[in-house]
Write a protein that binds this ligand. Structure first.
Ligand SMILES: Nc1ncnc2c1ncn2[C@@H]1O[C@H](COP(=O)(O)OP(=O)(O)OP(=O)(O)O)[C@@H](O)[C@H]1O
Length: 369
């Protein structure tokens, strides 16, 4: 197992072009030894590129990849001791399921007893025991992908296991089950695992920590809760949550920042940041879950017009018009649904200030990044 450090890493597929474009923009990132991580982000943000750089399928144009402090840039993929599971099954059709699973172990010279016990163990977890003797060619697509995953999981001496959207071809029912199984496997073997996905639910159920990528960089690395409660960039706010965070453009005013004639009070750190950074790109962000919706006026509440209500079964999302802004609020099942207008307020604790799209921390306890 290994700690994987990406040091001043950058990658361009057309580095020699007059104006090279960077799929990975310079970044530093550490995947700690033994963690279960998700690499989450929209299509084209650079997830697969990053994974292929770690496994060695791609050589970065700049920077270093370090495994436990040792530079591996020039080490071939097969010598990096990494297992990689791809989006589509990679199995040997002519071999039995047992032989497919045994393949990585035989390659490393494992003895028969070890092969037998590891293959049985992994087959049992992935519910492949009944098909061990079957030819891989005769399996369903789901089963083939389980075999592919099993081949990634069967060795316990790997530095890391990289999963590149491994559940794409899997039936939705089984997807959920396999995610739980992967989590169990991680808890049992504690191998460093990096799981690429563009699905936030998949990332949150699998990973202890999520690296959210945007335009070739990791913009936030934290627990699912940290990404939800304190998105450190407006993109994280938009991308995480369903629906995403509300952002309101605000202006500087004497007591803090203002939306029309309403003042959003700031704490000392936020005020300091506002003084230090000379920018008028100012936004406040609040999650729909934290917007309070009232029937009656109150000093701190804004009157907003109800535009529409979406009923999502166990909760409702109400869209409220406040001047030029459309604000979404999440109402619990038992909450009264406003008809034409409502009063909304934003609890200070959950109101975040963004300057030039970056969060101004409310306190000094910076999360490890
Ligand atoms: N082989 C390649 N040659 C040139 N450009 C590439 C190549 N592979 C990827 N790119 C570009 O690099 C950027 C990052 O792509 P990458 O596939 O890493 O993103 P991704 O986040 O994995 O996307 P997806 O979720 O759609 O797979 C994109 O702009 C893509 O067009």
């Amino acid at each position: 197992m290994a700690e994987i450090h990406l040091k001043s890493l950058a990658h361009s597929y057309n580095r020699n072009a007059e104006k090279p474009e960077y799929a990975i923009r310079e970044m530093d990132h550490v995947w700690h030894d033994g963690g279960a991580f998700a690499l989450l982000g929209p299509s084209g943000c650079g997830k697969s590129t990053l994974l292929n750089i770690i496994s060695g399928l791609l050589k970065p144009s700049d920077g270093e990849v370090l495994f436990n402090g040792v530079k591996v840039n020039d080490i071939l993929p097969q010598d990096r001791n990494i297992a990689q599971v791809f989006q589509f099954p990679v199995v040997y059709d002519t071999m039995s399921v047992f032989d497919n699973l045994a393949f990585p172990l035989r390659n490393m010279g494992a003895g028969d007893a070890k092969i037998q016990s590891k293959v049985s163990e992994i087959a049992e977890i992935l519910e492949l025991t009944d098909v061990l003797k079957k030819k891989a060619a005769n399996l369903t697509a789901d089963e083939k992908q389980k075999v592919s995953m099993g081949r990634g999981l069967v060795r316990d001496d790997v530095s890391a296991i990289l999963f590149d959207e491994p559940l794409t071809v899997i039936d939705p029912q089984l997807k959920w089950k396999l995610r739980r199984k992967l989590k169990q496997i991680h808890q049992k073997f504690k191998t460093t695992m990096v799981y690429v996905t563009h699905d936030q639910l998949e990332a949150s159920t699998f990973a202890d920590k999520i690296a959210l990528m945007y335009q070739g960089q990791v913009v936030q690395f934290g627990t699912p809760r940290e990404l939800f409660e304190q998105p450190n960039h407006t993109f994280v706010g938009y991308f995480i949550g369903s629906p995403g965070m509300n952002f309101l453009e605000v202006k500087r005013c004497e007591q803090g920042v203002c939306l029309g004639d309403k003042i959003f009070p700031l704490n000392d750190l936020e005020k300091q940041a506002l003084q230090m950074i000379d920018s008028n790109n100012l936004k406040v962000g609040i999650r729909p879950e934290f917007v309070h919706v009232w029937d009656d006026a109150d000093d701190s509440a804004y009157r907003a017009e109800v535009e529409f209500v979406e009923d999502l079964g166990t909760y409702k999302i109400v869209s409220l018009r406040l001047g030029e802004h459309l604000i979404k609020a999440r109402l619990q099942e038992d909450q009264k649904v406003p008809k034409e207008h409502a009063f909304i307020s934003f609890p200070e604790q959950w109101l975040m200030l963004y300057i030039d799209e970056f969060l101004v921390a409310k306190d000094d306890h910076n999360e490890e990044n």
